[in-house]
Design a protein around this ligand. Sequence first.
Ligand SMILES: Cc1ncc(COP(=O)(O)O)c(C=O)c1O
Length: 419
Amino acid sequence: MHDFEYRNGELYCEKVRVQDIAGRVGTPFYLYSYKTFTDHFLKIKKAFEPVKPLICFAMKANGNLAVLRALVQKGAGLDIVSGGELFKARKAGCPGARIVYAGVGKTDQEIADAIRANILLFNVESIPELENIQRVAHQLKRRVNVSLRINPGIDPHTHDYIATGKSESKFGIDLDTAHLTFMRSMRYPNVSICGLHVHIGSQITDGEPFVKAFRKVLIFVTSLEKEGHRIQYLNLGGGLGIIYSDEKPQTAAEFAKKVLPLFKGRRYKLIFEPGRFIAGNGGLFVTKVLYIKQAASKHYAIVDGGMNDLLRPALYGAYHEILPLTKATMGKVQKYDLVGPICESGDFLATNRKIQSLRSGDAVGLLGAGAYGFTMSSQYNARPRVAEVLVKGNRFDIVRERETYQDLIQRERVPAYLK
Ligand SMILES: Cc1ncc(COP(=O)(O)O)c(C=O)c1O
């Protein structure tokens, strides 16, 4: 569910006409609904109310400071994967005690910064990383909390690029190695291995792979406890799927109904790391038609937004529903490929899509762009990154300015011998 809808043929975000924003901001831009983001967070919170989990928004999905602040104000924590995300999380006002840190390649500097920020937990992805955290924590004379990210060897039935819980994936530690690590925990005096973490993938629409993975975690944790190890935190990751086209994903309540019974009578602090579920449907990518090009077998709508702005279609073949900002009441329907201005054949936002006839100057929105949209964008083809706008009720604010040409060269230097 989301807060983009037509009224009298005009697309609105909450109470603001999207065309009015486009007129003020120019295209392309990302448009976010405060209400959709916070409602989705609150849906998970409510569904799991009986166990009061820590819900850490996976900020790789959407790292805008205003978005983060909105969620943190509602009680969210943040799931980070880099020193840069730690920096932004702190700027957004997230207390260290609500930050968990995943990622397979944490550097010494990133580890030290996270220790100094008093984060809740490192999600450790390998034994060399654990040894490194021990070394850095020792240098800083600190003791830090760690969850071992285990790889349960589960196929989450999603796109290969976003499946992380299969045994051949680069993420996490296999159960035997994890067990051995608990047995050797004395080797890490500056580390308390007090949690387990599992994240099997993204855009998972069915509860079954989650349940399978969590059962494996529970069997493992039970055997650890029998051996005398104490587990305080179970981080169950993110991955909840959303509707892009005709998916029928589980709701937060349905997910909780499947998951909560598994943990009945257990006293772990549960942690979740949803990204897409909170942000995905709360964002629209707005772009304008530059040219309509009729080729032998196709109509191309060439728009001012490209794969550098919204990478998901090119990267995963992802589907985003197209919503013209003004709905035609009559006229014919046409089949289009919506393509960008980038010099790559892979630069498309949609293919073979039947929509109302488009003309140069028409603006359209691509739905489902609130997660892994702006965060994956780049300056490829020397294109300044687009603006981000947040709507709350009847107001809208630019929460990231459109970059300028000057921004493209800000950090570049021509050596003296070339001058
Ligand atoms: C460790 C971890 N947690 C959470 C997430 C968020 O996943 P999603 O956006 O599917 O909820 C990811 C995504 O890649 C991840 O790698």
